[in-house]
Design a binder for this molecule. Sequence first.
Ligand code: NAD
Length: 487
Amino acid sequence: MSLSFNPDALDLPQGHFIGGSYRPGPEAMVLHRPSDGAAYAGLPVAGADLVDEAVCTAKAALKSSGWGTCQPRERTRALHRWADLIEAEAGHLAQLEAVASTRLISQLVAGDIAVTAEQIRFFAEMADKEGGELVPTRGDQLGMIVTEPFGVVGAITPWNFPISMAGWKLGPALAAGNAVVLKPSEMTPFATLRMAELSVQAGIPAGLVNVVLGDGRTTGNALTGHTGIGKVSFTGSTVAGSAIMENIARSGVKPMTLELGGKSPQLVFADADLSLAADCIARTILFNAGQVCVAGSRVLVEASVAEALAAALVARLKAGHLGPTWDAATEYSPIISARQLDRIDSLVSAAVTEGAEVLTGAARLDGPGYFYAPTLLVGVTQTSTAVTEEIFGPVLTLQTFGTEEEALALADHPTYGLAAGLFTRDLSRAMRVMKQLQAGTVWINRYGRSRDHILPTGGYKSSGIGKDLGRDAYHANRRSKSVLIDL
Ligand code: NAD
């Protein structure tokens, strides 16, 4: 059976999802499909009143359901049922995602959705296995550390992997005993809404997963500034992350996890398997047309093999079959919006004006939607716009180095430290360089996440604070209380 579908025949969830039911509102924003630019849906925007209602609903649901204080295995069971329903409805969720976003229908069911269901199961299994501890104190005392949920977590997600990001936020927060008010990106809300609906069908008490729709300035701001939120969990750009920190500082200090932008380097040493390196670099910048936080967009290569690697990359940087996200034959994603397409094009043009040489790409691609050609720029320096800015598109820069020290100096971005890749056959060098790379994740002789949910993800420097995934994400959704008893 083909996965292709007709986007005009798809019923989209309407309204915010609060307390287990939809709350339609007046449409205040128009959404355009990245695949063909068509205006296809309207979106209500939650103001402070509705955000307040969602937070109060979440609080009341926590209290009445006992979700945070129940036998933890009950949460485990409910989350497993939710993961099962997500998998069972993967085809429909994939359509809701593909219509709005840049994710391809051919990649969603076996990719994003299967991984999200598994991640939810990973966190479900932590609920009854992670606890506090007894600590060494004087013999006539008993000291312990107990852990508790925060209460209501305010979560905000970006548009580039909407289902995955919703899973990253909801899975650990719910497993750890919290309720959530989640604001998805205003561009890609539909699959998240349906996931929330499925949570209720799975037996997660209504009101524990609430979804408020709207933009960052209105809805996001009201959510992060709400004093009833115990913690903020955000994934998005560093600019928005900074604005959220300011808002939190102004409106009442609360803990936060911030997963922010990146400009990740991939270091290729002369002894590396060049074919493997070229495959990994090309594959990861073509994936989702480079709209990936950990996109390894800065290639740093030892000078003696630079020409060979550049040629191998040019040969591999082919867009594949262009088409809409809802066509199973499409291989290359559109750019999310006309605005983002303009931004990519203007950053590449600025790089060329600054002296960059184009080895391939640097052009919009024809199509009814928003497409940009895979691009490789050389002749750039550390201060070139294309090297400093997170372009968030299918654009690679290539710089050369002579020594390990030069490679590390080039790798060290002034702002970002999300991820890095490293290709070498020399194990000692790999370990030495890995230790010095200023990045929250380092991949060696590979690039990109695996299905090992145990590995946390998060940034150094302005790429973020705290971690998603792994045990860290579960613990980041609980706080500790120290208890000392005089016996
Ligand atoms: P964005 O920052 O523009 O928006 C992300 C979300 O934040 C959206 O829901 C938006 O409405 C909301 N928002 C924006 N301003 C806000 C504010 N002041 N207060 C509250 N909410 C606000 O990012 P985007 O364009 O949707 O996504 C792309 C960015 O996300 C890139 O920078 C990418 O690197 C980053 N990202 C990071 C990770 C990670 O794990 N580190 C993962 C995916 C994406």
